[in-house]
Design a protein around this ligand. Structure first.
Ligand SMILES: [Zn+2]
Length: 175
């Protein structure tokens, strides 16, 4: 279980930077491209699942969750918006935040679904809580230099943590 959590954390850290690869493809994509600022980059490890298993895809989804939920905090103007690729290169405007937050939620739900499948019981969801909270605090404070960003990253792991706590309490014999 420890090595699985370590793999999850390492891949999550790696994928923190993946959405911003659009900056290297500016002839095709605008910054905050709809293609890279979505759950889509998690398809890369998913395509290799037969060789590497599903855990890297879950790690990728956690890294994307943290990046996207932090980006959802910026005002939907200029580079803060989500943009369609060439030849359109149009911004989503007011829908940008909804797109980012919706995809962040999707990434988190898929990550915990995969981990639940790989580690029966509470170990899978507990690993998702630990890794997403830890990576989220790190990214929020170090990369975004914002306590608000770190706090927002804790919303989904917090909710999952509460549901784990409820399940644990239900398992305890009543006094
Ligand atoms: Zn970004």
């Amino acid at each position: 279980m420890i090595w699985r959590t370590a793999v999850l954390a390492a891949i999550a850290c790696l994928f923190l930077a993946v959405p911003d690869v659009d900056l290297m493809l500016l002839s095709l994509l605008h910054h905050r491209s709809i293609l890279t600022h979505s759950a889509l980059p998690a398809l890369i490890p998913l395509l290799f699942r037969r060789r590497i298993g599903l855990m890297p895809a879950a790690g990728a989804l956690i890294g994307l969750y943290v990046h996207l939920i932090c980006d959802a905090l910026s005002p939907a103007v200029g580079f803060g918006q989500v943009w369609l690729p060439a030849p359109f290169k149009m911004p989503l405007g007011g829908l940008s935040r909804l797109w980012l937050a919706g995809n962040a939620a999707l990434c988190f739900l898929l990550a915990q679904g995969i981990c639940r499948r790989l580690s029966p019981g509470l170990a899978g969801p507990a690993a998702v809580v630990l890794v997403s909270a830890g990576v989220g605090i790190f990214y929020g404070l170090v990369n975004e230099r914002s306590i608000l960003s770190a706090a927002v990253c804790l919303i989904f792991p917090g909710l999952l943590g509460l549901s784990i706590r409820r399940r644990l309490l239900r398992k305890l014999p009543s006094a």
